[in-house]
Design a protein around this ligand. Structure first.
Ligand code: AMP
Length: 482
C-alpha cells in the first residue's frame, strides 16, 4: 500500500516521502479514502498511530485537488475553510507543523492560535482568510467574539482528542465553536477513548460517519512493554534515577500527578547528574517550548510532565515513559503510555506503584485487560530515611542516619561500577558525569553485581516508610489549552 494509491496527488505524495514516511499507517489507510469520499469520520485512535496525517492529508487534497487551488477561488477576509480544534497548545503547534510539512508544494495559507501568547499576531494572520486554522477552543472563541475570525464558511471540521477536550473541561467551549459553524460541512472526530459522553457528542456532530478503530478503545498498544515496580512513595525518586542510570535510558518522559511534584522531581534528578526539566500549566509557553526543544535535541535527558501539559507532545522514537505516580483516572494511563511505541516503534512503559496506589493499578489493569509484570530492580537499594530527607548528594554516606534495622546492609549505597553504561549515541551531546546519590547504583559489571547480590542474600532490603511531604496534590486543569 502506498500513499499514491490512497488517492493523494503527486504534490502530497512527494511531501510525505520527504517527511520520511514510506507506508501509510492503518489509520491513514482507512481514513484518507473515507475523507476523500466526503464521509464524516469517527475514529478511535490514540496519539502515535499517525492520525494527524490521517486527517490532514485528505483535507489538503480536498482543498487543493491535484495540488492546485481550484480556479476562480477567492480568499475571503477572516474566513476559514478547514478548522482543526485541539485541547492543548502543544498539540495545536504540533498539528500545524505537520500540516505545513505536508503542504510544502501547495500555496496554502494557515495559522495556529492558542492562549498564553499575544493575540495581535494571530489577528493579523487571520485577517486575509485562511485555508486551514488549527486552534484551541478558548482563544478561538475570544477571537470570534472580537470578529477577528469568521467560522461561517468552514467546510471541514476536525475535533482532535475529543476525550481530552472533555477531561479538560472544554466541552462547553467546543459546543460554542460548533454552533458558529455552517450546517453543511464535513466532520472528523478523533478520540483515544470513547466514553458515553463522547459517543453522545459524536451522535450529535456526525452524519452517517465511517467508523475506524485502529486499536480497540481503552487498550494499550501491544508493542509497548509495560512493567510495574512496587515501591514506597518516598523511594520513588531514587528508584527512577537508578533505573535511568542502569538502563542507560537516554530520553525519558516522566509523569507526575502535580505541578509541584514535577518541579521537585526535575530538580532532584538534575542535582543528581540526570539533566531534567519540568513542564506544566504554571510554566510560561516559552519555558515549555524550550524544555521540549531541549528534550528533543538531547540537551536534557528527562522531561517531567503533568498529564495536561504532556498532551500533544510529539517526540519521535520516545523509548521510555515512566509513571512516577499512577494517574487517578485509568484512561489517562492509556494516553500516557501512548507517548512511547509511536508509529510502529517499540517502547517501554514503567510504573512506580506505592502501596496506596494498588487500587489505581487494579483499575488500570481492568481497563486495559492485562496484568503488568514486575520489573527488575537491578540491585536497587532504597535509601535510608535520613537520606530521604536530604536532597544533598554530597552528604557523607552514613552520617546522621538512624541505626540499621535487622537485615539492613551497612551502607545504603550500592557499590560503584566502573564506567558508564549510557554511552552517548552518535551525534548526541556528551553528558556530564553523574554524582553519587543515595540509593542509586552506577552501572556495574556482572561479577560485581552477582557478588553484591550474594552479600545481600539476593534480596532487596526492607523499605522505610514514605515521608509525608511527598504526598501529591492535584493540578487544576483549567490553566492550559487555550
Ligand atoms: P500522530 O499519531 O499523528 O501524533 O503521529 C505520530 C508520529 O508518527 C508522528 O511523529 C508522525 O510524524 C509519525 N508518522 C505519521 N505517519 C507516519 C507514517 N506513515 N510512517 C511513519 N511515521 C509516521
Amino acid at each position: 500500500m502506498s500513499f499514491a494509491s490512497l488517492g493523494l496527488s503527486d504534490a502530497l505524495v512527494r511531501a510525505v516521502a520527504a517527511t520520511g514516511y514510506t507506508t501509510p499507517t492503518p489509520v491513514q489507510t482507512q481514513a484518507i479514502p473515507a475523507v476523500l469520499e466526503g464521509r464524516d469520520l469517527m475514529v478511535a485512535a490514540q496519539t502515535g498511530t499517525g492520525k494527524t496525517a490521517g486527517f490532514s492529508l485528505p483535507i489538503l487534497e480536498l482543498l487543493f485537488p491535484d495540488g492546485q487551488r481550484p480556479s476562480g477561488y477567492k480568499r475571503t477576509a477572516r474566513q476559514v475553510r478547514a478548522l482543526v480544534l485541539t485541547p492543548t497548545r502543544e498539540l495545536a503547534a504540533q498539528v500545524h507543523d505537520n500540516i505545513r510539512s505536508y503542504a510544502t508544494e501547495l500555496q496554502m495559507h494557515s495559522a495556529c492560535i492558542f492562549g498564553g501568547v499575544g493575540a495581535n499576531p494571530q489577528i493579523k494572520a487571520l485577517a486575509p482568510g485562511l485555508d486551514i486554522l488549527v486552534a484551541c477552543p478558548g482563544r478561538l472563541l475570544d477571537l470570534v467574539g472580537q470578529r477577528a475570525v469568521d467560522l461561517s464558511a468552514v467546510e471541514y471540521f476536525v475535533l482532535d482528542e475529543a476525550d481530552r477536550m472533555l477531561d479538560m473541561g472544554f466541552i462547553h467551549d467546543v459546543k460554542k465553536v460548533i454552533a458558529k459553524l455552517p450546517a453543511k460541512r464535513q466532520n472528523l472526530l478523533f478520540s483515544a477513548t470513547f466514553s458515553s459522553e463522547i459517543t453522545q457528542l459524536a451522535n450529535r456532530l456526525l452524519h452517517n460517519p465511517a467508523r475506524i478503530e485502529v486499536t480497540p478503545p481503552n487498550t494499550t498498544v501491544e508493542r509497548i512493554e509495560q512493567r510495574v515496580f512496587r515501591v514506597e512513595a518516598g523511594h520513588k525518586r531514587a528508584l527512577i534515577a537508578h533505573l535511568i542510570t542502569m538502563g542507560a535510558w537516554e530520553q525519558v518522559l516522566v509523569f507526575t500527578r502535580t505541578k509541584h511534584g514535577a518541579n521537585r522531581l526535575a530538580e532532584y534528578l538534575s542535582k543528581h547528574g540526570l539533566p531534567a526539566a519540568a513542564i506544566h500549566g504554571n510554566k510560561s509557553q516559552s519555558a515549555r517550548t524550550k524544555a521540549l526543544a531541549d528534550f528533543k535535541s538531547n540537551g536534557i535527558r528527562v522531561l517531567v510532565a503533568t498529564d495536561i501539559a504532556a498532551r500533544g507532545l510529539d517526540i519521535d522514537q520516545l523509548p521510555h515513559v515512566v509513571n512516577f505516580e499512577l494517574p487517578n483516572v485509568a484512561e489517562d494511563y492509556v494516553h500516557r503510555i501512548g507517548r512511547t511505541g509511536r508509529a510502529g516503534r517499540s517502547g517501554e512503559a514503567v510504573s512506580l506503584v506505592s502501596p496506596d496506589e494498588e487500587k489505581l493499578l487494579k483499575a488500570i489493569e481492568r481497563l486495559t485487560r492485562q496484568r503488568f509484570e514486575e520489573g527488575d530492580l537491578q540491585g536497587f537499594v532504597p535509601p535510608a530515611q535520613a537520606e530521604l530527607n536530604s536532597d544533598r548528594p554530597e552528604r557523607p554516606r552514613g552520617a546522621n542516619t538512624p541505626s540499621r534495622g535487622r537485615g539492613q546492609p551497612r551502607s545504603n549505597a550500592a557499590p560503584r561500577g566502573q564506567g558508564r553504561a549510557d554511552k552517548p549515541r552518535p551525534g548526541s551531546k556528551p553528558r556530564r558525569p553523574q554524582q553519587a546519590m543515595p540509593g542509586i547504583a552506577e552501572p556495574e559489571d556482572a561479577v560485581a553485581r552477582e557478588r553484591r547480590l550474594q552479600a545481600m542474600g539476593n534480596r532487596v532490603v526492607p523499605e522505610t516508610p514514605a515521608p509525608k511531604r511527598n504526598r501529591p496534590r492535584r493540578e487544576k486543569p483549567a490553566l492550559l489549552g487555550s
